[in-house]
Design a protein around this ligand. Sequence first.
Ligand code: SF4
Length: 353
Amino acid sequence: MNTSNPTNLYDLAPPRLEQALGAIVSPPFRVKQIEEWMYVRGVDAFDAMTNIPKELRGALAEHYTIAFPEVVERTTPATDGSQKYLFTLRDGNRIEAVYMPMGDRTSVCLSSQAGCAVGCTFCVTGFFGAGRNLSPGEMLGQFFTIQHEHDVPMESMNVVFMGMGEPLLNFENMVTTLDVLYRSIAPKRITVSTSGIIPGIEELAKLPRRPNLAVSINAPDRRRREEIMPITKKYPLEELIASLKKYPSEKGREITIEYVLLAGYNDSHSDALALAKLTHGLRAKVNAIPFNEDPNLPPWMKRPKEGSIDRFVDTLVRNGVQVTVRRSKGRDIAAACGQLRGKSVAKSRATRG
Ligand code: SF4
């Protein structure tokens, strides 16, 4: 028995899973049954596969695992029902995911990396620095754990890769994860959010089935975007917008331009006008996200007052921009990227210190 470090079958791309199973599973229809248990039902134990003979389940367990990351903390549900999860990975890394009920639909926000090297200055994950790529099993495990715990029907699920990490810097594992999710969730129900990694956007554009694309812009000009998103030095704002203009648009789908609103920094009337101009000609909508304050982040970064948020949005709307505001989903449970892990890291540093 391989007890050292057995392969997690969720980490294999679907064609490789078929190959791996084909070597030990017969007759062939059993492969389809196992795939169904994994990809549609999302089980994390071979013994849960009740229509698979016991001996075969035992043989699978001899060679492989189907493990998920372990939940170490769940926040108390917020007033809007959202709940944040902190998971621990096999190597001790910690990642976050968020459950967000929204009427007849439910969104889950997943992490793609355990940390992030992109270093956006308004982001707690960026503050704590780089981590490793998550495997497909680690991403799917966040999804299925939350889906099971809340017993959400697959047809009501939306998935957003907007948690810790830059998904387009973990491209291959992201594509495998998407391929599995597509078994039960339509691509238009899945969103991948990027800080603007142009080569990744170009690769995404080539996929036969594409998720929705969200791009974090956060400033209407290059100078300020470089200040708060240093990645702009590598992928300049003008080139990023040009790559979005070339991105293949599908019927009824637009790119989401995310814009974190920082009081007195990027939330003025003229900033809204400049953002409208920047996004002119893009099939896009703006998602304005009032900043979530956090003790790990620069003290000058503040959430704008409600009146300023309203004025910013009004200016966009009057200039023909479609816009939504992410008001407070999960705000009281520190739902912004990396904040829960940030708290746990800060706590353990204080304990050690
Ligand atoms: S906002 Fe996203 S890309 Fe930027 S540092 Fe945070 S996790 Fe990384």
